[in-house]
Each structure stands twice: as C-alpha cells, then as structure tokens.
Design a protein around this ligand. Structure first.
Ligand SMILES: NC(=O)c1ccc[n+]([C@@H]2O[C@H](COP(=O)([O-])OP(=O)(O)OC[C@H]3O[C@@H](n4cnc5c(N)ncnc54)[C@H](O)[C@@H]3O)[C@@H](O)[C@H]2O)c1
Length: 295
C-alpha cells in the first residue's frame, strides 16, 4: 500500500479519544507515523495500546494544548522519534456549557477560548512552523465545527471559538500556500464522541466553570439535550474516512453533514443580501463603482 501519506508523520492533539483517535487510526492505517498528545493521560495509554495493536508506529505525549511549553516538549519528542513532521491536526477541543448570554460565565468564555482557539494557535506556532521550515510541504487540519459556520443560540462561546478556527484556517491557507502546506478546516455537525462530557478535562485554573456554569445549565436540561444530540451523531470512523477522501482532492473546507446545507445557505443568502442593501444605500452605494482597495 502506498499513498501520499505513507511514511510521513502526523501530530494529532486530543488524539486519545473521539475524533482525534479515529483520525489517528485512519492515518496510521495509511502508513503514517502517529504522534498523539492529550490532556487525559489514562486515555492516552489506552489509545497507545490500541494503535500499537493495529501495527501503527505510535508516540504518545501528555499535552494540554493551552500550554505552549508542552507543545515544544511534544515537538522535541516527535522529531527525536520520527524526524520531520508533515501533518498537524489541531483537534483537541471542549464543548463548553450551554447557556444564555447572561448565564455564560467569563470563566467559561476563557476556558473555551483558551482550549479551542489558543490551543490551535499554540499547535500551529510550534509544530506548524516546523512543517514550514523543512520545506517539503504538508497539511494542517484544524477541527472547527458547523457551529463555526453559523451562530448557535445558547452556545455563544463555543460558536465564537469555532468561527475563530475557521477564520484562522482561511488566513493561514492563504499564507502557507507558497510553502506547499495545505490548510483545511474540518466542520462536522454531531459526531458520536464524549464532547458533551468535556468538563472531565477541566484544568484546575478553570474550576469555577464547574461550580457556576454546569449547575445552571444542567438545571435547564441543557447538558442532557447536548448528550442526546451527540449520541445521534455519525460515527467518528466515518468522519475519519471522509477527511482522507477530502484531502485526496484538496478540499479546504471539509464538511461531513450535507444535510446542514440549508442553514449555512441561509447565512450565505443573508450575507449576499447585505451587499445588495449596501449597494442600494444612498450613503455608501456609490462606492461600488469607486476604486477602493480590496484585501
Ligand atoms: N463530537 C461532535 O459532535 C463535534 C462536532 C463538531 C466539532 N467537534 C470538535 O471535534 C474535536 C474533537 O472532539 P470530540 O468530539 O472527539 O470530543 P471528545 O471529548 O471525545 O475528545 C476530545 C479529546 O481532546 C482531549 N482534550 C480536551 N481538552 C484538552 C486539552 N486542553 N489539551 C489536550 N487535549 C485535550 C480529550 O481528552 C479528548 O481525548 C473538538 O475540537 C470538537 O469541538 C466535535
């Protein structure tokens, strides 16, 4: 078996379970060396066992994606074990807590943005920069969500974090094209994982999230509803096969749920209408024909 991935090395954050582990299995079975970093060290040991049983070259590293130093340590270990790295999958993420604008605590915002946004920044500044430096090209896959394509009522922090991941991916795709690095953003809807139990990985510095947010949200049945939606999701291994298919045809946006077209399409329609409204505006409409700088 030989393909564009064989013999290359992938680093996957949050690779000890869920979507990350499914991607580790899929790319490992295509002949990649797999480095998984995860905050859950017990789960990490189990994942290592599973991957090695499948005959996959595996390295596991404890990693909290919010900690830049831990990314550097992972990078050192990965290069010592496998040499150059070719793929970074910024997958680790937390679901936050469902809550209204007023219910969602500042601690919840910080936790969700630190893990889901700064975790991706840290991974890209460390591992991503090394992929750029060796000059052979490669892949960066950022795991966002359909929630990054449309705002979600009562999930403002999570949706904002995923919209940021979409935006960073678009920016970096343009920036890294010259370095032969393909940047893709994966935007799944529900996938059957433990995302609704993200509080299990809460770091000590965010403990207030548990005390404040969870109690309120749960009293409204918020987490129960989230669990039911996640349970109805597609299997993670189906998603992983879809990611390989999408990379084979260089898809920048990787969608896994075609039935979400209508909702996102409505947003596209509203954006297009906003341009029409501006064109019809007596105040700014004339700018349409002016020579103005477009980024
Ligand atoms: N499951 C879904 O329905 C769904 C939908 C859209 C997007 N996503 C995204 O997919 C990604 C993977 O989530 P999942 O569904 O597999 O959930 P999951 O909770 O099953 O797995 C997440 C993994 O990330 C690890 N992790 C959590 N915080 C971490 C941290 N600070 N540092 C390092 N590792 C950490 C966990 O230990 C776990 O192994 C997330 O970014 C999530 O937002 C999930």
């Amino acid at each position: 078996m030989s393909n564009q991935f064989t013999g290359k090395t992938a680093v996957i954050s949050g690779g000890a379970g869920g979507i990350g582990l499914a991607l580790a299995v899929e790319f490992g079975q295509l002949g990649m060396n797999i480095v998984i970093g995860d905050i859950d060290t017990k789960q990490l040991a189990e994942a290592e066992q599973q991957l090695k049983t499948l005959g996959i070259n595996t390295l596991t590293c404890p990693l909290d994606v919010t900690q830049y130093q831990q990314w550097l340590q992972l990078l050192d270990s990965a290069e010592a074990e496998f040499g150059d790295i070719h793929m970074l999958i910024n997958n680790a993420g937390v679901g936050g807590l469902p809550g209204s604008i007023d219910d969602t605590k500042i601690d919840t915002w910080k936790w969700v943005l630190d893990v889901n946004v700064m975790g991706v920044v840290n991974g890209t500044q460390t591992v991503g920069s090394k992929i750029k430096a060796h000059g052979q090209g490669g892949w960066i896959i950022n795991v966002a969500s359909m929630a990054g394509m449309n705002g979600v009522a009562y999930s403002g922090a999570y949706a904002a974090s995923k919209a940021a991941v979409v935006s960073m991916s678009e920016s970096w795709a343009a920036e890294l094209k010259k370095d032969k690095i393909m940047v893709s953003v994966l935007c799944p809807a529900f996938v059957k994982t433990r995302i609704h139990e993200s509080l299990r990985n809460l770091q000590p510095e965010y403990q207030n999230v548990k005390q404040q947010g969870a109690t309120k949200a749960q009293s409204k049945g918020g987490m129960g509803q989230a669990a039911a939606l996640v349970e109805s999701g597609i299997p993670a291994n189906m998603l992983a096969k879809r990611v390989v298919e999408a990379l084979d045809s260089k898809q920048a946006y990787i969608f896994t749920h075609p039935n979400y077209r209508q909702g996102v399409g409505y947003r596209s329609h509203l954006l297009d209408k906003a341009f029409t409204d501006a064109e019809h505006s007596p105040i700014v409409g004339h700018l349409k024909d002016d020579e103005i700088v477009i980024l």
